[in-house]
Write a protein that binds this ligand. Sequence first.
Ligand code: PMT
Length: 403
Amino acid sequence: MLKGKHIVLGISGGIAAYKSVMLLRLFVKAGAEVQVVITPNGKEFITPVTLSSLSGKPVISDFFTANTGEWHSHVDLGLWADAMVIAPATASTMAKMANGVADNMLITSYLSTRAKVFAAPAMDLDMWKHPSTVRNLARLKADGVDIIEPEAGELASGLSGKGRMEEPQNIFDRVASWLVSPQPLLGKTVLLTAGPTYENIDPVRFIGNYSSGKMGFAIVRALSDAGARVKLVCGPVNLPTPEGNIDRIDVVSAREMLAVCEKEFPHADGAICCAAVADYAPASCASSKMKREKADTITLELVKNPDIAATLGKMKRPDQILVGFALETDHEEENAIGKMARKNLDWIALNSMREKGAGFKVDTNKITLISASGVRIDLPLMTKTEAGRKMVEKIFIDEKADS
Ligand code: PMT
């Protein structure tokens, strides 16, 4: 299954290192060539003899072999790898990875590699929750490291909680499925807006809408699974960031969303505007809570928000693909095509509030994809996960194959 694949297995110094022997065994049994790189502390937990016997290669730990003076090239190692798997990744190794502290072979190899990197953290529950670890974790995710989250359970300290390294079989499955699945969007970056925007009226009230972010996050998962790096700009939503090469930037208002999109779009290969952006915002936001006893009626002055999709449409280069959504209640197709033209979009995904099971909040959607060149694809009612996959396939993958 993994014949011809090159894996660097990085082992750092934690008790979970004993599980890495099983992980190594699984990779080797599947036909992969594995080079183990172990930190000096890792060797306190598991011997290089065990690891070299199983991998069939000398284990690398130091920059030089002491008696021969042979130099181990972290650059060659980094380039040789198809994937680098750091398991266990201790709090210290994660901190060094996040900050580029290249004081051992494992970190220098990590910094030199162009391969996909997976890290399976393992530590005590309080270390896992510590703000420093939380910061480093966020940095690693933003850098594109695929984090295989630890499980909750009994820990070596005798305490119970989240921090146990994921089981070797599950780490193997995750890495192997990435290695064997096609990654047609590897090296591509896609910007995506998701969720609602909130436009503040006063410190406790806002104008918003019912978007949950589910549709946008489903597309993010599909893009990431296809190998793309995703810049996810999302309004206030209650959803965890999907695993993968995803850089999430949280915003509140349309103006904040626009500012991030204008900055990121020039660096992207395309953008999908799935957010339900408020069309209007209060002309001003009261500095203190508006009191209800002051008046029986009030009038809010609203000003038009900037149109993010249209702004990106003006900035768009010929090599970029721009996709919008249209959420309609009537004259659906006509309105969607009009929006596509006004905003200079290449594709528009039409969903109608009149269709049962489509639109806001629900887990399903019914989308019609329409392209500026006249292609029309009617997707049936399906889960947002499936709809996200279909959209990515039709717009970013099939399109590329056709051109
Ligand atoms: O988040 P969920 O609960 O899963 O719901 C998903 C969804 C219904 C929000 C999603 O499928 C969807 O339709 N999103 C777009 C909603 C919308 O604002 O549509 P619109 O027809 O008003 O806008 C047209 C396009 O312009 C959209 O791509 C929108 O992101 C963009 N737009 C609109 C206004 C604005 N000021 N800036 C924009 O970029």
